[in-house]
Design a protein around this ligand. Sequence first.
Ligand code: SF4
Ligand code: SF4
Length: 109
Amino acid sequence: MDKFEAKLKEVIEMSEEDRNQTIKDLKDMCICGTCSTYNECSKNALEGLYCVLGKSQECITEFKGCECPNCELAQSLDVGKIFNIYCLKGNEMEQREKLHDLDVITGGE
Ligand code: SF4
Ligand code: SF4
């Protein structure tokens, strides 16, 4: 289990109250707000932390760059470089799963 999976497991196993607080704290560390892809709609919907929470519900439709590789939270969990653009492509685990499925189909080539 890598750092990201361990963090995810820790959050999932928390009480609902602790989980909500932790997600809020992690959202505060998210730098999506500095990204050109992030927009007024996502801001109003208090979106963020897409690497964990998954795609933007209906706000983000156009890609204009991604700051995830520069995110300290991502760097501390060793994510954001291989997979990113989480607001449009889905969270870290979804993107890993998709790659895994592709590997199964192509034999890893
Ligand atoms: S990796 Fe991207 S989505 Fe995740 S917290 Fe950092 S800026 Fe936000
Ligand atoms: S996930 Fe990446 S592309 Fe999307 S808003 Fe955050 S920094 Fe920008």
